[in-house]
Design a protein around this ligand. Sequence first.
Ligand SMILES: [Zn+2]
Length: 240
Amino acid sequence: MTEFTKLDVLAIAAHRDDTEIVCGGTIIKMADLGYKVGLLDLTAGEAGSRGDAQMRANEADCAAKVMNLAFRHNLEMPDAGLFLTQENALAVADIIRKTTPEMVIIPTHKQRHPDHSTAGDISYRGCFLAGLGKMPLDGEPYRPRKIFYSVSFQDIRPTFIIDISDQFKRKCDAVACYKSQFEEKSDQREVYPPARNIFDYMEIQNRRYGYMIGVKYGEAYIQKEMLAVDDPLKLTGKSI
Ligand SMILES: [Zn+2]
């Protein structure tokens, strides 16, 4: 699906399936709302304990259809060897210029898998470099207006939560495309516990975030800039 097109939303992550698990409901919701949504995977997953890169490419195509993506691309950086380099940041910047998303979702810091944290660093730098005029890049300088950090795994207080109650079932369908990762097989060695029970994990995590805002399922984000409010009575949610 590497046909470059103008996007409203671009989600960037280290591995195929990362975005689906952490913010798949939001991706589907934005597509439901009529926005053009794309995913950028930084690695091809060749170092993962299960499956291989080709298998995971087919699974990523399956998930892209479930999520109604307008664009999905893989930069084939080294899996389990992701580092913040100028070359990697420029590769992300190139995609930012080619797809000019208004909003970008990237992984937050301090995660168990070092690739996940590094993916956030590479993505942020890529968004920044894309706006500089003298970089060795094609196209016009461009920066996304909004960068949101997807929150999972760690006990970080999010800035806001998106209600994904109507999208949760399809999010699970998208993750179920990754059979090589999440199908129970007795002959395979255990990987990280959430991967054995990924659907339980998403149920718990997304119910927990949903509970925080009084809905069934939610996905959590950090916005680093201060939230600007015009009319405070238009803010949703109850304090008491
Ligand atoms: Zn991952």
